[in-house]
Design a binder for this molecule. Sequence first.
Ligand code: NDP
Ligand code: OXD
Length: 308
Amino acid sequence: MALLYKAHPGRGLVWRRLLAGQAPDLPVRLWPEIGDPAEIRYLVCWQPPERPAELLPNLRFVLSVGAGVDQFAESALPADLPLLRIVEPELTGLMVEYCTLAVLALHRDLPGYLDQQRRGLWQENGVRSARERRVGILGLGALGRAVAAALLRLGFPVSGWSRSGRPMEGVRGHAGEAGLAAFLRDADILVCLLPLTPETRGILDGRLFAALPEGAALVNVGRGGHLVDRDLVAALDSGRLRAAMLDVTEPEPPPREHPFWTHPGVILTPHVASTTRPEAGVAVLLEAIRCLREGRPLPGRVDRAAGY
Ligand code: NDP
Ligand code: OXD
């Protein structure tokens, strides 16, 4: 019985060292050195290999090293092979930090003041309090709910949009296609924390921007595929949107000549909003193995039909 790790090679070495201490009976193979494929029971990866179940016939589950699983959409995983993702407090905490930073930066017009600084302009553009700035969160799941709770503590009125409309105290909830327009009407700052699925690809487009209040701002920490780049640039240039903070793009990084690199209304970060530290990932893995052995439900199991 062995585990195969196929993601960042440097982090793989850390996973192997941690597991040698915590699960000495579980040999760790680092891609592409897979050894005897029949011995691999658990696959931990970011990009899965092609046809993983054919390559590794005795797999019990696949664990994504991240929270998102859109990179599995094209992979031929058998429908009954459990796909797990990381849901754990440290990854959530990092996302809360980033989204709080982004919402505060847009709330206090950091992109505007950075632009003024570059142009040598000393000018006050007005100050609003948090309670006068409505934040809307697209995707009220593990991360969206934690971000909502942090923003509520800062005094922002928060609304959320999800498929099911699962309620959250203090947050005005909206559900599905029918609830989207009312949700957008109230979002002075829109945070995208959706998973990338066929339903959500391209959701951040010109039509959606037109439904936001004039001068709204955008945070995209979901996936680059949620955003129609040219529609965002057009909305910023026309003033319909004031600014955007983007952590994800498609592709990553954007091409050198892409307007996101230089647009004064855009703050761009290189997909660093959150990450899985190996210590936390190993804890999730070992808990999943315990659950499997004891016949308990596997943690972070992805609904393969829904795609997240
Ligand atoms: P969850 O699966 O816990 O939550 C997803 C949320 O999106 C749920 O509220 C779900 O609704 C909602 N949703 C999904 N599809 C639709 C739809 N078609 N219409 C309306 N709502 C929808 O995911 P997480 O919160 O853990 O993570 C969200 C995403 O964040 C990840 O998929 C990943 O892309 C991104 N991410 C980015 C990182 C970064 O560093 N930039 C780091 C980690 C994650 P319902 O509640 O009804 O199911
Ligand atoms: C993730 C990510 O999904 O880092 O965890 O984007």
